[in-house]
Ligand binder design. Structure first.
Ligand SMILES: C[S@@+](CC[C@H](N)C(=O)[O-])C[C@H]1O[C@@H](n2cnc3c(N)ncnc32)[C@H](O)[C@@H]1O
Length: 271
């Protein structure tokens, strides 16, 4: 898929691509075919990306535009399963060779494939080193196809107004982490476990949630709402002081965290 950007624009517009690619000539020749040129992430930064995303043996990482496969191979060395996709057959050949040398070929695979056509729903971690507009093109799919709680780690480029949950920097290069938020937005009926029910109205913009709880003749705004994957917490200022609600959001219900002090409540989605 051609982006319409020239290589000069890419290098000038993207500080992170200020290093020339290892094989500049072939990349220039292919610039019309590919959305992003091959510029590898330095190995130390790869480790930082995996640290930031907390990649471990229970993960399945997909690197969209994997180049020589170094992120997927490094994930494999941590015991994770991984898949790298790239349009460049030469890169995929290098990636397979590198997985063999690392002894991770049983759990790390590569595919010549357009990243826009790669199914991502099975990934627990998606790695990106692309361009700002490509991240934005991918954003709706990342938000809807990945399971809540999945992580996205990006070298250099953010996701527009989807604020990163965490950021890190190494040698002047930035990395960003997002945790796919559950859908909190909508109307919920909250039973407090003491015989009272309330209407909980939540408004959500990515992981930022605001809202109000209505009941007992009062409307109270929620405050200090934190949504991280499926984990959701907020505070209501009640007559006898602040009350913290901690729970796990599912499709149809928010279940209270049994370990929290306020654990008897449950909310059912009404819209
Ligand atoms: C900046 S490099 C990143 C390589 C690797 N992820 C890393 O961080 O070291 C981007 C890679 O995306 C690949 N690419 C560009 N457009 C693509 C597309 N539409 N589908 C799959 N790969 C693509 C390029 O061939 C290149 O290897």
């Amino acid at each position: 898929m051609a982006s319409g950007l020239s290589r000069r624009q890419l290098l000038a517009g993207a500080g992170a691509f200020s290093l020339l690619p290892c094989d500049a000539a072939p990349a220039v020749a292919r610039e019309r075919e590919y959305d992003v040129p091959f510029v590898p992430t330095p190995h130390l930064l790869v480790q930082r990306m995996l640290d930031l995303a907390g990649v471990g043996p229970s993960d399945f990482l997909i690197d969209l535009g994997c180049g020589d496969g170094r992120i997927a191979v490094a994930a494999g060395r941590r015991g994770a399963r991984a898949l790298g996709v790239d349009l460049d057959p030469l890169r995929i050949q290098e990636a397979f060779a590198s997985a063999r040398i690392a002894g991770v070929e049983e759990r790390v695979n590569f595919r010549i494939q357009d990243l826009f056509r790669t199914p991502i729903f099975e990934a627990s971690v998606v790695a990106l080193y692309l361009l700002p507009h490509i991240n934005l093109q991918l954003r709706p799919r990342l938000l809807t196809e990945l399971r809540p709680g999945s992580r996205i780690v990006s070298h250099a480029f953010n996701m527009g107004d989807w604020r990163a949950d965490r950021e890190d920097m190494l040698d002047g290069r930035r990395i960003f982490l997002w945790i796919v938020p559950a859908v909190a937005d909508g109307e919920w009926i909250l039973s407090d476990g003491r015989g009272e029910t309330y209407q909980l109205t939540l408004e959500q913009r990515f992981q930022d949630v605001t809202g109000a709880m209505t009941g007992g003749g009062r409307v109270r705004d929620i405050r200090d709402a934190v949504l991280s994957g499926t984990r959701f917490a907020f505070t209501i200022d009640g007559d006898s002081g602040p009350l913290v609600y901690r729970g796990i959001i599912g499709d149809a219900a928010i279940e209270a965290d049994p370990a929290s002090a306020n654990s008897g409540w449950r909310a059912i989605r009404s819209t």
